[in-house]
Design a protein around this ligand. Structure first.
Ligand code: HEM
Length: 199
């Protein structure tokens, strides 16, 4: 799959995956392409960076609040309880007003894993976007905050493990997975629209 991309966004070269990941990727491609378009190929300014973090906040809040402790324990490693705080801290450090949480859509485990696909997969693009952030001029003495990006990118084995976890899900979970991924991307698009930059 080629992503429409700016100078810092090389085309994808990985082979087309099959199974749950292939289905998720194919179903959400238009949603992701729209988000790419809202950032015109990358993060160029601290304002872009703020929009990027703000776009992920409702998704992170949903994944945090919808997680249920009585779901299968092998899913617990995909619940990251510090993610929302790190996003909020970076947004505040960038001078953004952090909006109050909206309604939290209910989810079952497979739908939640579909939502996790959206944020776990976003680490692939974030590796490139973090280079854009590193190239931005510092704002204030402390420089640009990067707690969320460090968290997202800190464990390079996480995405391969997530792919394996997706592959282990039964075929009957596929509709709920796709539903959760669609909801995840809709939360991101909704946040961008609130900021006047629809995806
Ligand atoms: C802001 C919210 C964003 C979300 C939720 C998001 C989500 C995702 C997801 C789920 C994937 C994995 C696709 C897959 O391989 O199955 C992905 C990959 C990717 N994203 Fe994003 N993305 C976002 C923003 C961006 C932006 C702004 C760009 C660049 C303009 C971008 C560039 C990429 C690239 C290049 C990849 C593929 C990397 C690779 O395959 O090596 N993403 N993203």
């Amino acid at each position: 799959m080629l992503r429409p991309s700016g100078p810092s966004m090389p085309p994808r070269t990985d082979p087309a995956p099959v199974g749950a990941l292939g289905a998720l990727r194919a179903a959400t491609r238009p949603a992701h392409d729209a988000i790419d378009g809202a950032f015109q190929g990358g993060l160029r300014t601290p304002q872009d960076y703020r929009r990027y973090l703000g776009a992920l906040l409702p998704l992170a809040r949903w994944l945090d609040a919808a997680w249920c402790h009585d779901w299968p324990p092998h899913l617990a490693c995909w619940h990251d309880p510090g993610r929302v705080d790190s996003l909020q801290a970076d947004l505040e450090a960038l001078g953004a007003a952090v909006p109050p949480p909206g309604r939290i859509p209910p989810a079952g485990p497979a739908q939640w894993m579909g939502g996790c696909y959206v944020i776990e997969g976003s680490a692939l693009g974030a590796r490139l976007l973090s280079r854009d952030v590193a190239a931005m001029p510092a704002v204030g003495a402390a420089g640009l905050p990067h707690g969320f990006l460090d968290r997202l990118l800190g464990d390079p084995g996480r995405w391969p493990r997530f792919r394996t976890a997706l592959g282990a899900m039964p075929g009957s979970a596929r509709p709920a997975l796709l539903d959760g991924a669609a909801l995840g991307f809709a939360l991101v698009a909704g946040a961008l629209a609130m900021e006047g930059h629809p995806a």
